[in-house]
Design a protein around this ligand. Structure first.
Ligand code: NAD
Length: 512
């Protein structure tokens, strides 16, 4: 039974019925925004945006704080909606969908003014004496944000607050797998008094997302799979608009010979199984040096056996969020098993639970011919491979089309830092599972097929603006520099001056 199924369309609008992955009961239905709906929303957003952009940073931040207050007051509602909609553990609903987005919202509400206020920048050389350069950060206009299902609130609030604080209006298209929590969140912005049409949520499927990319927005912030990312990039290329693409991953974990075994084993479990393994920077493949391998596997197996899976109350590992993902996870484990891998824990659907539950799984004797070590699994699977040494681990970590994040485990922090720099990936954590998305100061973005562009922090926030240089003449006078008429005398003078200035090593440095 699929998590979403088509219902008879209403005119132009496709309709979908949604079920909970917890027990497959119906939890709602949505009407997908049509291309015409998207265009109309864009028109409304265009009208609303100038007034929003005209507000001071402080005024805009006040709306963010009001939203945050409501969000925190009513967080129990969100926990109910999101655990039902996704099947994730309550603990993850709190850490990922409440704590992380609140941190991001607080950060950008406070820092936007500092990062985006106009500033003077020194101009090098002779021009510095003649001109003053000011940089301003102009809102782009209307930004389209397209989100996936694995972190519906975290992955919406972060770009949303950045785009809003930068003075843009936003059209937000949540995943068709998890639209209900986003609709709830949008309602809070309205209650917080956000001016009408500054944020509009367009629920829908891939066609709605495609229509948003074609509608004429000024930027797309996309988070999702590599396959869809390529389509979004093509559409943005065709329409000559910027986009950031935060895509899939196959993050490697390297366990060095001097790793703290207990910490590494616990990191392997949470890195692989958090959010039921559906975390873009989740640990997808683990390379352990020979000396530590047996003890590491024993420690991981012991911990994996103690993980609790459930539908309510206290448990550790929740459901997979939709049927398609469950099939992918099953496919990867079955393929690995057929090629000689050994499943030490789990490796099957949980027969005792009604919904989309796959047991936390530990699998060893895997290699790079198996899908489980090459393609994104996105499930609660700890896949461990023995390597001769750290050099082999680095080589294998780099043997991937993905490069989103990764982690290195060693007691020697400097060695961890050195190894981290040799991994061809977007970011690395030493002695932790991947946490960089939650650190606003850390530029976040994938290499290889894991993405284009970086988000978060000062640079990410500025990505929601046009960085506009304004060059102001300092001195005036009736004739502009280099103006007409051109004369031989002036040309020869300029040439001689250039030779004297740039031909002298000291002056050349002074002018640079
Ligand atoms: P997806 O690509 O299937 O869908 C993402 C969004 O794109 C959805 O809202 C979907 O409706 C929309 N969409 C589908 N077709 C579209 C089109 N042609 N044009 C525009 N929009 C379209 O991804 P998913 O399955 O929802 O999400 C899981 C993927 O997201 C995983 O690969 C995961 O690694 C990745 N992800 C990456 C990050 C990151 O920061 N790099 C974060 C979270 C998830």
């Amino acid at each position: 039974m699929a998590i979403y199924e088509p219902l008879p369309a209403k005119g132009e609008r496709r309709r979908l019925q949604l079920r909970s992955p917890v027990d497959l009961e119906v939890i709602g239905e949505i009407e997908c925004a049509s291309a015409e709906d998207v265009r109309a929303a864009l028109e409304r957003a265009r009208k609303a945006q100038p007034e929003w952009a005209a507000l001071s940073f402080r005024s805009r931040a006040r709306f963010v704080h009001r939203f945050m207050d409501l969000f925190l007051e009513r967080s129990d509602e969100l926990i109910d909606i999101i655990t039902r909609e996704t099947g994730k553990a309550r603990s993850e609903a709190i850490s990922m969908e409440i704590f992380a987005p609140m941190q991001a919202a607080a950060y950008y509400a406070r820092r936007a003014e500092k990062f985006l206020k106009p500033r003077k920048r020194r101009v090098a050389g002779m021009l510095g004496w003649l001109k003053q350069l000011r940089i301003t950060y102009r809102p782009l206009g209307v930004v389209g944000i397209i989100t996936p299902w694995n972190g519906p609130i975290a992955l919406a609030v972060n770009p949303l607050v950045q785009a809003l604080m930068a003075g843009n209006a936003v059209l937000l298209k949540p995943s068709e797998v998890t639209p209900l929590s986003t609709q709830w969140m949008a309602g809070l912005w309205a209650e917080a008094g956000l001016p009408e049409n500054v944020l509009q949520v367009l629920v829908g499927d891939g066609e709605t997302g495609a229509a948003l990319c074609e509608a004429g927005v000024d930027k797309i912030s996309f988070t999702g799979s590599v396959a869809t990312g390529r389509k979004v990039a093509e559409a943005c290329g065709r329409n000559l608009i910027p986009c950031t693409l935060e895509l899939g991953g196959k993050d490697a974990m390297i366990v060095c010979r001097d790793a703290d075994l207990e910490r590494a084993a616990s990191g392997a479990l949470i890195g692989s199984c958090m959010n039921t393994g559906q975390y873009c920077c989740g640990t997808e493949r683990i390379y352990v040096v020979d000396e530590l391998y047996e003890r590491f596997v024993d420690a991981v197996v012991e911990r994996a056996r103690s993980l609790r899976q459930g539908t309510s109350g206290e448990f550790d590992v929740g459901a997979l969020f939709w049927d398609r993902q469950l099939e992918i996870v099953e496919g990867h484990v079955d393929d690995a098993r057929a090629r000689g891998a050994r499943v030490l824990v789990g490796g099957r659907r949980n027969p005792d639970l009604p919904g989309l539950y796959y047991e936390p799984t530990v699998i060893v004797d895997v290699d790079h011919d198996m899908a489980i070590m090459r393609e994104e699994t996105f499930g609660p699977v700890v896949a461990v491979m023995r390597v001769a040494d750290e050099e082999e681990a680095i080589r294998l970590a780099n043997d991937s089309e993905y490069g989103l994040n990764g982690n290195v485990w060693t007691r020697d922090k400097e060695k961890g830092f050195e190894i981290a720099q040799r991994i061809e990936t977007g970011g690395v954590c030493v002695n932790d599972m991947a946490l960089t998305y939650g650190v606003p100061e850390a530029p976040f973005g994938g290499r290889k097929t894991s993405g284009v562009g970086q988000v978060n922090g000062k640079k990410g926030l500025r990505g929601y603006t046009h960085e506009m240089p304004i060059l102001i003449d300092r001195w005036g006078g009736t004739k502009v520099q280099g103006g007409y008429p051109y004369t031989r005398k002036a040309e020869d003078g300029t040439l001689a001056f250039a030779k004297r200035l740039f031909g002298n090593a000291t002056l050349r440095r002074w002018l640079a």
